[in-house]
Design a protein around this ligand. Structure first.
Ligand code: 5AD
Length: 380
């Protein structure tokens, strides 16, 4: 994006303000010929740093119980309109074996913040999966105390996903009501995760009610500062049983639309700002555009797909947003069909754990601090 940034600098803006104005310009760009440049740049960086492989992660949705009241999420505690379920330890371990059978190199365990998924139960599950399979293991279990994160890391968990969802101070209180005081803020937790040696993933939603183009550009700048190993972002999909569905849009043409097109622009910009991250083509993109969502994401910076391998009954009940259940039933969405489609698109399906280039670089620097330089990768 140097051209726009140069133009902005010529108008007397600081480097940071220039970058932000370039981001906003791209986010507002609607000319498909001009957008080709953005898609090509993102794809070229993906090929340069991640090659032409697509990593497959088996996704297990372990519990739909959640103690939180997040205003966007169908799993929020006060939502009485959805059925709830919790997988047992042996069901989760069975999913891990299924991931191995399907040829996946890693497993993601995701759940609402369910107090009955106790630290001890998760720890035992991690130990079993690490002992019985060669899988890299990612946790996406929400905000947790430092001691718990340390315990799970010691048990063998490799990665942790925790989206910051939005960086906009005016949106945060509306989407994330205050957590209990013992819980770290999401930013503190991301910092703690990295110092514990996890590969760290974060990201945000595109098109939250009230989210402006300025806000979305700030989300992207925050990603750049965090420099995560994994980035998850997707369009906001209104859930009818959540308070956010009734929230007003930002005024005066400032509202970011919650569309596949806008999420793809944010994804391509995320790849350009964080070239060494693993970036999935997220489920929300596939829900809004089941035929093309994932394919377009893979051509615009994404290099990971997370097929859902939860037991079918669980998939129906994990209603973060509407449309997920239909997606799992749709033709072409089985893990095998997804692998075949990836090959047809001309990509290789990776067999290994799919560690991010960012983490590989960190490890190389630690092993060879003099030869490679010892740049700090603390969160900035
Ligand atoms: N629309 C889109 N994405 C959502 N998520 C939660 N609720 C919604 C929604 N209504 C995303 C959040 C969360 C991830 C698991 O799912 O970003 O981190």
């Amino acid at each position: 994006m140097p051209k726009g940034a140069q133009g902005a600098r010529a108008r007397g803006l600081s480097a940071a303000a220039a970058l932000k104005s370039t981001l906003i310009r791209w986010l507002r760009e609607e000319n498909s010929r001009k957008l080709q440049r953005l898609w090509q740049r993102a794809h070229a960086l993906r090929l340069q740093h991640c090659g032409d492989t697509v990593h497959l992660r088996g996704l297990v949705e372990a519990s739909s119980y959640c103690r939180r009241h997040c205003h966007y999420c169908g799993l929020r505690a006060p939502n009485r309109s959805i059925p709830r379920y919790r997988l047992s330890q042996s069901q989760i371990v069975a999913c891990a074996h299924e991931a191995v059978r399907l040829g996946f190199g890693s497993l993601v365990i995701q759940a609402g913040e369910d107090p009955r998924l106790t630290p001890r139960m998760i720890e035992a599950t991690i130990r079993r999966i690490k002992a019985e399979t060669p899988l890299a293991l990612t946790l996406s279990l929400g905000a947790q105390p430092l001691s718990v994160l340390a315990r799970w890391r010691a048990a063998g968990a490799d990665r942790y996903l925790l989206r910051f969802e939005t960086s906009a101070p005016h949106l945060l209180p509306h989407i994330h009501p205050a957590a209990a005081s013992c819980v770290l803020t999401r930013f503190e937790q991301l910092q703690a995760l990295r110092s514990l040696g996890y590969e760290v993933g974060t990201g945000f939603m595109v098109g939250l009610p009230g989210q402006t183009f300025d806000d979305l550009a700030e989300d992207l700048l925050l990603l750049r500062r965090i420099a995560p190993d994994m980035i998850g972002l997707g369009p906001y999909i209104p859930h009818p049983s959540t308070p956010l569905v009734a929230a007003p849009p930002a005024p005066d043409g400032q509202q970011v639309p919650a569309t596949v097109g806008m999420a793809l622009k944010a994804l391509a910009l995320a790849r350009i700002l964080c070239p060494l991250a693993n970036i999935p083509a997220t489920t929300a993109l596939a829900v809004l555009d089941p035929r093309r969502g994932r394919r377009l994401a893979l051509a615009r910076g994404a290099n990971v797909i997370m097929p859902n391998i939860s037991p079918p009954s669980a998939r129906e009940q994990y209603q973060i947003y509407p449309g997920k259940a239909c997606l799992s039933e749709a033709a072409g969405q089985s893990p095998q069909a997804i692998s075949r489609a990836i090959r047809r698109m001309g990509y290789c399906v990776s067999k290994g754990p799919g560690t991010s280039p960012a983490m590989i670089r960190r490890l190389t620097i630690c092993e060879n601090p003099i030869r490679k330089g010892n740049r700090s990768h603390a969160l900035r």
